[in-house]
Design a protein around this ligand. Sequence first.
Ligand SMILES: Nc1nc2c(ncn2[C@@H]2O[C@H](COP(=O)(O)OP(=O)(O)OP(=O)(O)O)[C@@H](O)[C@H]2O)c(=O)[nH]1
Ligand SMILES: [Mg+2]
Length: 428
Amino acid sequence: MDLQVTLTPVVTIGLNRNTSSFEYSMTELNNLAEANNMKVVETLVQKLDRPDPATYFGKGKIEELTQVVIDDGVDTIVVNDELSPSQIRNIEKNTHSRIIDRTGLILEIFANRAQSREAKLQVELAKLKYQLPRLHTSASQRLDQQTGTSSGAGGATNRGAGESQYELNRRTLEKRITHVNQELKETAKADQTKRKQRDRSEMPTVALVGYTNAGKSTVMNGMINLYGENEDKQVMVKNMLFATLDTSVRKLTLPDQKRFLLSDTVGFVSQLPHQLVQAFKSTLSEAANADLLIQVVDYSDPHRELMMKTTEDTLSEIGVNGVPMIVALNKADKMEVAFPSREGDNLIMSAMDEKSLQELTTMIKEKIFKNYHRLTLLIPFSDGDVVSYLNENTNIETTDYRDDGTVITAELNDVDAKRFEKYLLTTE
Ligand SMILES: Nc1nc2c(ncn2[C@@H]2O[C@H](COP(=O)(O)OP(=O)(O)OP(=O)(O)O)[C@@H](O)[C@H]2O)c(=O)[nH]1
Ligand SMILES: [Mg+2]
């Protein structure tokens, strides 16, 4: 199926402001372009402290870019920063090319990957907000064409059509924003109900977070394999950026009957457009409500430190602070290191290795099942439902039968311990 896709040839450009992460951010831009069915023909870089307010690159460099575009026979330029509407228009005019900035690029990828209604609405909202101030640019028009969710008002086609047309388009976009916001609110309400139901089940929740392509979904599937229910579906794993855009939650049951919920969600990337972060807040709030985060890191990537910093910055941007975290240094099988190997809250591991997943589970257990009590209860035969509940929900160590009922020694969490207090066996 993928073989049919024709790749759009592009030139990528970026400003080197002398930061240590520049080279990495250009590599990432090129990866993002590839994830968006583009073929990077050439990359042009200029050293400048700040972008030219009119044209991003300086005058001479723009001339060079114009020549490169002609020589390479390319008509699309991908820029490593978010541009102002006038910068987009000026580069367009000078180079006779279509411009897609970093934000537009990520928006396109998200729009093409979104599956669920909620994800689609979230992406559309982010897209509309991006388009609103850029109505008369090729960046906005391209976004409509590429994502096939035309608001009917994004295009540069109206250039010169006069102020009234512009006003009309702007109003159409604004109306659509209000509408999408409303629809999102409704889905969010439904989500909250779901979450409330889950909360009532008193199960601890663990969220996988981290950079895109780090292996979060692979860890999720490994855990489902080991501890999921038979009918549990696996989640999608793919070697591409932003394979996952929706949140999946699965209930896992460990051999000692302890249960928790594990969630897999959208990955992060540096300079994730703020429109997207805002739009995806509710999807990402799964992490905010978690009792424990597992940050999955591609340990084999030389840029892993920057990726971890990006993850931590994004988490604080969406308001996730102070949730305990385990760092899963994944893909160790690609390196010459021993694994699984644990140091404090860090685990060098491979999501494809059962031993690693078991070690990760041990670490999860230590964090979320702290408040357990080993209790011995005497349950009268008339309360058989309590015995069934304990059998299904707790780790039972011993069961004995006496004339006056069943004696069970089990590990109970705080809530259950309180609930079944009255059955506590008092030694005569
Ligand atoms: N060698 C190796 N490859 C892995 C490991 N874990 C994941 N991968 C591969 O890495 C790629 C990305 O894995 P995913 O699980 O989809 O990554 P993700 O973090 O869910 O990515 P997004 O959903 O895009 O954010 C896939 O090709 C996986 O097969 C690992 O431990 N070792
Ligand atoms: Mg994934």
